[in-house]
Design a protein around this ligand. Structure first.
Ligand SMILES: [Zn+2]
Length: 432
């Protein structure tokens, strides 16, 4: 419809011009040197019009010739860009399909056609990564990291590679750099927390901990590694306040309190934790300042009062009584522990030690032999174990060194049970 209107309007204008020219009256005379010229006005008008059109076409042609190379360059660039965009799409599709070789080929093509842009570098790095070409991926990530507009992407890639290599020092340095490039990124927070745990930077792990994190364990570990005594005391207090039943938290807090000259408060902390979760290390720390065996018995009694029925209290009283030469008391407490059902190697070896201390009689020698025979058959002593993977550890750790799970290392025993098919299975039994 618009086309018809344009044609009609153009035809009307042409007819109007022709009519105007045809209706022009008179003639035009011109003399140039020896030449003279005379023509009717409509002919001159038409001639001028044709001349104008010819001049216009000549100027257009010259313009085309001047601008042709530039236009050709622009056309070529446009074609490269379109081909580059197509290569990016193909590389993305290949990445999505897990076709490593095709992804690498298309990523390299897109890089050749479009140059090193954040998009092509990310594609090249990812393609290298899924093809197992770690050095190729690292080179692309480094190129990204050097660009101010995409540094975070490059650092993130390099960080992931360092974590996969288990190069924790390098990973921690990259995480700090990534934090500077993109402060407060949620993803990075998780990675930094993980790294802090892996590298034993417990105060940092605690600072980055989310609501579900085992803060008591992290704070206890931070207190153990913190060189500044005042800060260490703060961490230890935080740990114990979070979980007064956590033995390492009580140990850390009591130790730091004692260093700060608050021995009485340290004992209170140890006694309170003994009331819920008695552990030999709590008693060892409580008795540490006391050298005289009878003083140690007295302190052990005060500690045991907090949890009198627990076998651990009985074992403590038996051991300290034996050290003080009170063999009768020692036997009484050790037998209470044994009769409570505590069938562990340490109970029987303690009974053997008591029998030995009771004198060089045939009865005591028999009792000692019996106890040692029982010890050989008894269950294992409790130890620190990761509840997540079952690894036994020589000492408590805030995170399992084997599986990396934080806050899962607990004091207890694993009973080795033989199933009917005779295969050995490990059954976790945590002591209370
Ligand atoms: Zn574990």
């Amino acid at each position: 419809m618009l086309r018809v209107i344009v044609i009609l309007v153009t035809a009307a204008i042409v007819v109007a011009i022709a009519w105007f020219l045809g209706a022009l009256p008179g003639t035009v005379n011109a003399e140039i040197g020896p030449y003279s010229f005379e023509a009717a006005a409509p002919v001159v008008g038409l001639g001028l019009l044709v001349l104008f059109l010819v001049l216009y076409l000549i100027v257009r042609l010259i313009g085309e010739l001047i601008f042709a190379p530039r236009r050709f360059r622009r056309w070529r660039l446009e074609r490269r860009r379109m081909q580059g965009d197509a290569a990016v799409t193909h590389a993305l599709l290949a990445l999505g399909a897990g076709e490593a070789d095709a992804a690498r080929r298309e990523a390299a093509r897109s890089r050749r056609l479009l140059g090193d842009t954040p998009q092509t570098l990310v594609l090249a790095a990812e393609a290298g990564r899924i093809a197992g070409q770690e050095e190729e991926a690292a080179a692309a990530f480094r190129a990204l990291a050097a660009r101010p507009d995409a540094a975070f992407l490059g650092l993130r890639g390099l960080l992931r590679q360092a974590i996969n290599r288990q190069d924790w020092t390098e990973a921690a340095a990259l995480a700090r750099e990534a934090e500077r490039a993109h402060p407060g990124a949620a993803w990075l927070r998780g990675e930094r927390r993980e790294l802090a745990m892996r590298t034993g930077a417990w105060s940092e792990a605690l600072a980055l901990a989310d609501a579900d994190a085992p803060k008591a364990a992290l704070a206890a570990a931070a207190a153990d590694t913190e060189p500044d005594p005042a800060r260490a005391l703060q961490f230890a207090k935080q740990a114990w306040d979070e979980d007064p039943a956590l033995v390492p938290a009580a140990l850390a807090y009591a130790r730091r309190l004692r260093e700060a000259g608050r021995a009485g408060r340290a004992l209170e902390v140890l006694r309170r934790t003994w009331a819920s979760t008695p552990h030999p290390d709590l008693a060892a720390l409580a008795l540490e300042p006391l050298a005289a065996p009878l003083d140690r018995v007295q302190e052990a009694k005060r500690l045991a009062q907090e949890n009198p029925d627990h076998p651990e209290s009985q074992l403590l009283l038996a051991r300290t009584s034996l050290d003080a030469g009170l063999t009768g008391e020692a036997r009484r407490h050790a037998e209470i522990a044994r009769d409570s059902g505590l069938d562990q190697r340490r109970v029987w070896t303690l009974l053997a030690d008591i029998a030995e201390a009771e004198g060089d009689s045939e009865a005591s020698r028999t009792a000692q032999r019996d106890a040692l025979r029982q010890a050989a058959k008894a269950g294992p002593d409790p130890a620190w174990r990761c509840a997540a993977c079952g690894t036994t550890l020589p000492a408590w750790r805030a995170a399992c060194p084997n599986c990396g799970t934080p806050g899962q290392v607990a004091w207890g025993t694993h009973a080795l049970a033989r199933r009917p098919d005779q295969s050995l299975t490990i059954r976790p039994v945590l002591s209370d």
